[in-house]
Design a protein around this ligand. Structure first.
Ligand SMILES: CC(C)(COP(=O)(O)OP(=O)(O)OC[C@H]1O[C@@H](n2cnc3c(N)ncnc32)[C@H](O)[C@@H]1OP(=O)(O)O)[C@@H](O)C(=O)NCCC(=O)NCCS
Length: 145
């Protein structure tokens, strides 16, 4: 993996990020969504995560966005305020080159700085989710259900 640069997302990234995400809405089970997102949906997510003080980061290669990840609330109740759910998506043609692993490491590093104590990945138990399952297991996540 070379030439990948991580930075915080801004609302102007939303159109490129929905292109990445909506590919998986229409071709896989991994999103748990049936409907495509609009750029406004994604900008709202960026704003919500950022207002929470959590990282929403994008991965760039040569100025083009190849992926993103963020930490968002796991549950509303205050007992869960240091527990976050993670989300990671790479452009389909950028997969399998180690970017996902680096993106997850960066997200966990920034989350720890923000005070996160526990991160939960909600992953479908389907063949198209195998890369995500393996990625998380290699990063030390344990299966709990
Ligand atoms: C899941 C995802 C983020 C992984 O990122 P990636 O860059 O493709 O993965 P990496 O190249 O960093 O690989 C990390 C580990 O994941 C596993 N992995 C990656 N692709 C795999 C594949 N096709 N089959 C099996 N394991 C795979 C490997 O164990 C790999 O470690 P190794 O190279 O030491 O064996 C990416 O594939 C993706 O965006 N998938 C579609 C969306 C998705 O499922 N998102 C997660 C929702 S929770």
């Amino acid at each position: 993996m070379t030439g990948v640069f991580f930075r915080l997302a801004v609302d102007a990234d939303a159109p490129a990020l929905v292109d990445i995400y909506n590919h998986y809405v229409s071709t896989s089970n991994v999103t748990f969504d049936l409907d495509s997102w609009t750029p406004e949906d994604m900008a709202h997510k960026i704003d919500t995560v950022t207002a929470l003080g959590m990282p929403f980061i994008v991965a760039e290669i040569g100025g083009g966005l190849v992926g993103y990840g963020y930490l968002s609330k796991w549950r509303e109740k205050c007992a869960y305020e240091t527990t976050m759910e993670n989300t990671l998506y790479l452009r389909d043609d950028a997969r399998g080159a180690g970017i996902g692993r680096s993106l997850l490491e960066e997200l966990l590093r920034l989350g720890a700085i923000a005070g996160v104590r526990e991160v939960i990945a909600v992953i479908a138990n389907t063949p198209d989710a195998v890369p995500s399952i393996r990625l998380h297991e290699k990063a030390g996540f344990a299966r709990v259900g």
